[in-house]
Design a binder for this molecule. Structure first.
Ligand SMILES: [Zn+2]
Length: 349
């Protein structure tokens, strides 16, 4: 699909039924093509990209630069393969995201160790946390068969989460304008979904490339994890500010990484902000009169599927999402935290 002359919306497959595609955006140039986001590091995804590039007259070896919105595997996973096909391709990221991506890649075992403690601190049963840690370690160690892990069911799914060994060649700062061929893209730092999430504003046609920050139907996961807690991050507050930030641009059309294009970006941002307001109330109501842990609250609030059916990974991400809301409620003075023998409990005030 050609959005404006020379800018194409491509697609590569995901492994999720709920979110079947990721859309890379291809900017044509006289001596090659530049991409915003790519796809998983799977043969299926790279085969799709190859076909789609052929459709607009390019090959993978013509990719001059890959700009990624953030360091999740469906956006950056294919970067290693792209660099093999096109060794001079530049990987462009926001500097903040490049740091975060580096930390994620280079400390998995330590990261997982701490995650176990984090789960227990927020009310997950220690035996369950140990099991989560065991499975997560299996997931992260390379070359194992994962046969006993019911969560990582197929080889394809496992590979789809593998992260490429790449580092950013170009690190952008908020407000930088990236110029190439006839394109001018302004970097818009939109922390929330990840610490260094990048949207890009295409100035000539007033298009906002939103990555995962704003999608047309679902809302991105905004989580407070162990790493975020230690870094003093406020993901939900940051995310809500980032919604206002992109809404303030005079955008003709927003181009997200999944689902449909968005005609009215400010309206969509307002809807997502309202969703989080409702969610804050629901999390508040989910706290017992005599206090609750974040794990207790997670089990109380509604999810797209029943909480009881969640595996340890889903529970971990539900917990992170609940915590980002608890953190903001605390900031608003509606709740307070208590340390109960190493376990954090929340109380309405
Ligand atoms: Zn993402």
């Amino acid at each position: 699909m050609e959005i404006v002359p020379g800018l194409h919306r491509l697609r590569t497959p995901m492994t999720s039924k709920a979110l079947p595609w990721i859309m890379p955006y291809a900017f044509e140039g006289p001596d090659g093509v530049s991409l915003f986001d790519s796809g998983y590091g799977t043969p299926e995804a790279s085969e799709w990209l190859t076909q789609q590039l052929h459709g607009i007259g390019y090959q993978p070896s013509d990719i001059r630069r890959l700009i990624v919105s953030h360091g999740h595997p469906d956006h950056i996973g294919m970067a290693g393969w792209i660099k093999e096909q096109s060794p001079h391709c530049e990987l462009v990221m926001l500097g903040r995201e490049a740091e975060w991506f580096h930390d994620m890649r280079h400390g998995p075992s330590e990261f997982m160790d701490r995650t176990g403690g984090w789960l227990v601190r927020h009310g997950v049963d220690p035996d369950e946390a140990k099991e989560a840690f065991r499975r997560a370690s299996a997931e992260h160690s390379s070359g194992d068969d994962n046969q006993d892990s019911g969560d990582v069911s197929t080889e394809t799914e496992r590979r789809s989460w593998s992260m490429p060994s790449v580092t950013a060649d170009v690190r952008l700062e908020d407000g930088d304008v990236l110029e190439f061929d006839n394109w001018k893209l302004e970097a818009v730092w939109t922390p929330g979904h990840t610490p260094g999430h990048l949207c890009m504003f295409e100035q000539q046609h007033q298009l906002m490339l939103t990555g995962d920050h704003v999608l047309s139907r679902i809302t991105p996961n905004v989580s407070l994890g162990d790493q975020d807690e230690r870094a003093g991050r406020r993901p939900l507050a940051e995310f809500l500010d980032s919604l206002k930030k992109v809404a303030a641009y005079d955008t003709k059309l927003a181009l997200p990484a999944h689902e449909d294009v968005i005609d009215d970006l400010p309206a969509r941002c307002a809807t997502i902000a309202r969703h989080h307001d409702d969610r804050l109330d629901e999390v508040y109501e989910g706290i017992d009169d005599d206090g609750s842990t974040a794990a207790d609250v997670s089990a109380e609030v509604t999810w797209n599927r029943p909480y009881e059916t969640f595996n340890v990974f889903k529970k971990r991400s539900a917990l992170g999402e609940t915590l980002s809301h608890l953190q903001l409620l605390e900031e608003h003075g509606r709740i307070a935290r208590q340390d109960d023998d190493g376990v954090v409990r929340w109380q309405r005030v």
